[in-house]
Ligand binder design. Structure first.
Ligand code: NAP
Length: 264
């Protein structure tokens, strides 16, 4: 009897969880695409280990770095992985680069699941920055009371902005250095539009900084900013690695896996 197809999902996102749920047929958590027989599929989700309480995930879970491209390629071979799905965050550029190269080296088909970026709608006052450093340069011209939601790392870019007041929100405590006037709010989404609107209003926020993470689960802050007329400084995402096969959502990933005869 042939061993079951083994799919490695590089995770750390809502989409990765949804994909693992769909592939394992976990009720209540799937993408809605239940076509195709996923029985007999082995799914391993890989987490970097940055979050202390990542929550239960369907299927098997491994935690920690692989040791670069070579380490990941070795893991793919050793664990007889049939396909790799990189469902990491759009700003996790290093692991995505490693994924493409390792899959190539190991001869394993790979798909990059990358949710589409956000687009401004009527009433939005968005400004672009190409990087966190670029955002820090633009920020003083846009506001004084900043809601900084770019995650726990990379905040050193804002550390010299002594004249601004920051409300920094992240899931885990942010890595120093932080700006001199920074209050940290530890919270994990999803957030509601009502909650985000109240937060912006109560804290008298006059500029929001966000990565273009995309997806719907974290967009409530953008709706709140639009409602209140608060400008948003959007840090644009890095491009996908060269040679990556990109899917926008879980159903597209499943279609690409099926084109490779998986799950089977
Ligand atoms: P990164 O800079 O692209 O990766 C740095 C290193 O972390 C990689 O070289 C790899 O170590 C390890 N790594 C990253 N993701 C991994 C995974 N899923 N499984 C095993 N090892 C992983 O990544 P990052 O930006 O620090 O993000 C780390 C994790 O947090 C990702 O899983 C991502 O989905 C999640 N996340 C990131 C952001 C963000 O804004 N960057 C936001 C939300 C969630 P080795 O080289 O040793 O293999």
């Amino acid at each position: 009897m042939r061993p079951p197809a083994h799919i490695l999902v590089l995770g750390g996102t809502t989409e990765a969880r949804r994909l693992a749920a769909t592939l394992t047929g976990t009720p209540g958590e799937t993408s809605g695409d239940t076509s195709g027989d996923t029985s007999g599929v082995r799914v391993t989700t890989s987490l970097a280990g940055r979050v202390s309480r990542p929550g239960d995930l369907p299927g098997e879970v491994r935690v920690g770095g692989f040791g670069g491209t070579e380490g990941l390629a070795a893991w793919l071979r050793e664990h007889r992985v049939s396909a790799l799905v990189d469902a990491t965050h759009p700003f996790a550029a290093t692991i995505s680069e490693h994924a493409v190269r390792a899959a190539d080296a190991a001869g394993v088909p790979a798909v990059l699941l990358r949710r589409p970026g956000w687009l401004p709608g009527p009433g939005d006052r968005w400004h672009d920055a190409a990087s966190l450093d670029g955002a820090a340069r633009r920020l003083p011209a846009l506001g004084n009371r900043v809601f900084l939601t770019t995650g726990r790392t990379g905040l050193a870019a804002f550390a010299a902005l002594d004249g601004l007041r920051f409300l920094v929100r992240s899931v885990e405590p942010p890595a120093p250095p932080l700006p001199r006037h920074a209050e940290v709010l530890l919270a994990r989404g999803p957030f509601t539009v009502e909650g985000e609107t109240a937060l912006l209003r109560d804290r008298r926020i006059d500029v929001l900084v966000t990565k273009d993470s995309g997806g719907t689960a974290t967009a409530a802050k953008l709706t709140a900013a639009r409602t209140l007329g608060v400008p948003v400084l959007v840090v644009r995402r890095p491009p996908p690695p060269a040679g990556a096969t990109v899917a926008d959502d879980v159903p597209q990933v499943l279609a690409l896996l099926r084109a490779h005869g998986l799950p089977d």
